[in-house]
Design a protein around this ligand. Structure first.
Ligand code: FES
Length: 256
């Protein structure tokens, strides 16, 4: 798949909660080659950091030619990125990585995300809604204040959420949500992204029930193009680069 290195126009920078922002970037070209689960690699020149930073694609608006990203402040690079103003140009390589396998019309789909791992699941929910009328989303967070863009998910399917402190939705983890506990076997495709313990639990359950499942892995990345080997994941078919052969892997490939 072709990749582009371009300066995209920052149209919007919106703070969602204390350390999460949504950035909307506009390209000059058609964006129909970007799929859910793929990511972009951004050079944050103002931060004075040499390496690019990877960010999952949160949404794509093909008509407006925009890519939305969720940015959580982790370090200097992401912090500086959240201070960029509309009108600035951002150096982006896109689209990178292998995204989710798109479902069929007859599929019943469950998307499960937690923390900042919700980012690729929004675009996936939107695209899945085009393929299937049967989409459910379960999102988990520490508390109500940590939930991001909750209202947007409701546009594309049945929505359930969990918070560790019980401030909204089911008290506990995504795996405590009744829809997950009681109806998991009714789904025939599960897609997940988020903290490792959460994804491991979901992958284990999916394999046990022989349900198709894909997980989007988070990994430290440097080059983003399969050269530096700093993102290698051990799989059932050998060591694979998360940046080029992932970040999405089938549950059967994971050695968790
Ligand atoms: S980030 Fe360099 S090989 Fe994946």
């Amino acid at each position: 798949m072709k990749k582009y290195n371009e300066k995209l126009l920052l149209l919007e920078n919106k703070q969602l909660n204390h350390d999460n922002y949504r950035l909307v970037l506009q390209a000059e070209r058609d964006l129909s080659e970007i799929f859910p689960g793929q990511f972009v690699h951004i050079k944050i020149e103002k931060a004075g950091v040499l390496l690019r930073r990877p960010f999952s694609v949160f949404d794509v608006n093909k008509e407006k030619r925009t890519i939305s990203l969720l940015i959580k402040i982790f370090g200097k690079g992401s912090k500086v990125l959240t201070t960029c103003k509309p009108g600035e140009k951002i150096d982006v390589i896109y689209p990178l990585g292998k995204g989710f396998t798109m479902p069929d019309k007859k599929d019943k789909i469950l998307l499960v995300g937690g923390g900042v791992g919700v980012a690729p699941l929004f675009f996936m929910a939107k695209m899945s809604g085009i393929y299937s009328k049967n989409v459910s989303v379960i999102i988990g967070a520490k508390n109500q204040g940590e939930h991001i863009s909750v209202e947007d998910y409701k546009l594309f399917g049945n929505f359930y959420f969990a918070t560790e402190d019980g401030s909204v939705g089911t008290k506990g983890f995504v795996t405590d949500v009744p829809e997950y506990i009681d109806h998991l076997s009714e789904y025939n495709k599960i897609y997940t992204c988020g903290p490792s313990p959460m994804m491991k639990a979901i992958v284990k359950e999916a394999l046990k029930r022989d349900i198709f499942c894909e997980a989007s892995l988070e990994s430290k990345m440097a080059c983003g193009i399969g050269i530096c080997l700093c993102c290698v994941e051990k799989t059932t078919t050998g060591n694979r680069c998360v940046c080029t052969e992932g970040p999405v892997f089938n549950a059967k490939e994971l050695t968790w």
